[in-house]
Design a protein around this ligand. Structure first.
Ligand SMILES: Cc1ncc(COP(=O)(O)O)c(C=O)c1O
Length: 378
């Protein structure tokens, strides 16, 4: 008999083994690579430098390039196997049994599980809905935090909502964390898609851990590369919890370095393309009875589509689109509380994929009506 972990793995293996699949569900980036990144990857394979381990905290040139890119002087980076490993490390370092871990609902679920494993008491602040402006307010954060709060986990821009914060809001969040002596984990995985973005570390450097990823803006999801950035004093509290004494992928780090060198040009190009995809996709859903797109374009590379008033469940729609080779994500992946309302569509994809979704939609919606309302999805 298969374990749940096996079933989940086989689900993703089926998706991964389909070379024709159009990935519009995991916010990964499927635009053809920048030539400089392609050249760096080829070089990294041809010179076989990967027979050696990388330096444990990352190639020094990459560590510096990450800090320079964030414009956080006095900070240092630790390169990790994706942002998720950086988040796991920060949770191991700062979550305590009985200590409060406060985040938003919806948000990104895995750090909640890391915090739970460490015995933390989780508080999820609801932010879904126009009454919240689909984002965290300072008042809501103040009301949900107290002297027992050890960690505030802020996904900004939020996944799945694609909302971000003003400098004043970030300053107020940082001040609240500082007043409580809590660590602020600022998950900036999607920051490069925002029109403007403020780093909490510029207000509260001594207690902020900034998390970045190379999966989304650069398209290296399968190469697994991210980083955690903090001041040297804070890093000294984090590093004893590291489980990666042998460093991260050499090949991925070489690609990341090349990517950072062309970032401005690359983001200008793909940023415009993914925004155009958002417009096309939002319009297609809005033409269908009952569907709503609360925000488009968003400040990230995805958007939320409400299907609750269309009379079909997110799971049925995901399954129906899946039958047509298109992957989108059910809301329940992000939030048990609000997940029955929406699907999430990722937009860093070739325009032809966005068009394929638009064309598949009317038939998929009809098909969804005859499918089970709930299906085991992951
Ligand atoms: C908010 C957030 N943080 C972190 C990650 C993980 O990124 P990585 O691929 O770098 O591990 C994701 C991936 O979807 C995410 O949505």
């Amino acid at each position: 008999m298969s374990s749940e972990a096996d079933v989940r793995n086989q689900y993703f293996d089926r998706l991964f083994s389909n070379p024709e699949l159009k990935w519009l569900g995991q916010n990964t980036n499927h635009f053809p690579m920048h030539p400089a990144v392609r050249a760096a990857l080829h070089e990294a394979i041809d010179d076989e430098s990967f027979h050696a381990y990388a330096p444990p905290l990352g190639i020094e040139a990459l560590r510096s390039a990450i800090v320079d890119d964030l414009e956080l002087p006095g900070h240092a980076a630790v390169v990790t196997d994706g942002a998720v490993a950086a988040l796991a490390l920060a949770c191991r370092a700062f979550c305590t049994p009985g200590g409060g871990f406060v985040t938003t609902d919806p948000g990104w679920k895995w750090p909640l599980q890391f915090a739970q494993k460490a015995g933390a008491v989780i508080t999820e602040i609801p932010i879904y809905g126009p009454e919240h402006g689909y984002k965290l307010s300072v008042d809501a954060l103040v009301a949900a935090t107290d002297a027992n709060t050890r960690v505030i986990y802020l996904v900004d821009p939020n996944n799945p909502l694609g909302t971000t914060y003003t400098a004043d809001e970030i300053r107020a969040f940082a001040e609240r964390a500082k007043a409580l002596g809590a660590v602020l984990i600022h998950d900036c995985t999607y920051r490069d898609f925002a029109d403007s973005h403020t780093l909490a570390s510029s207000f509260y450097p001594e207690g902020t851990v900034t998390i970045v990823s190379f999966s989304k803006w650069l398209g290296l999801a399968g190469l697994r590369l991210g980083a955690l950035v903090a001041t040297p004093d804070l890093l000294a509290r984090i590093l004893p919890h590291s489980q990666a004494p042998l460093g991260a992928s050499v090949i991925a780090q070489r690609a990341a370095l090349a990517g950072l060198a062309v970032k401005g040009e690359w983001m200008a190009q793909i940023g415009a393309q993914q925004r155009a995809n958002q417009v096309v996709i939002a319009e297609a859903f809005r033409r269908l009875p009952g569907f709503q797109v609360p925000m488009a374009p968003t400040q990230a590379n995805f958007l939320v589509v409400e299907c609750i008033d269309a009379g079909i469940t997110p799971e049925a729609l995901v399954t129906a689109l899946g039958e047509q080779g298109i992957m989108v994500r059910q809301g329940a992946y992000h939030t048990p509380r609000f997940g029955h309302r929406f699907v999430k569509i990722s937009t860093t994809v070739p325009a032809a994929w966005a068009q394929a979704l638009v064309e598949a939609l009317p038939q998929a919606v009809e098909r969804a009506r005859s499918l089970p309302a709930t299906t085991a999805l992951f």
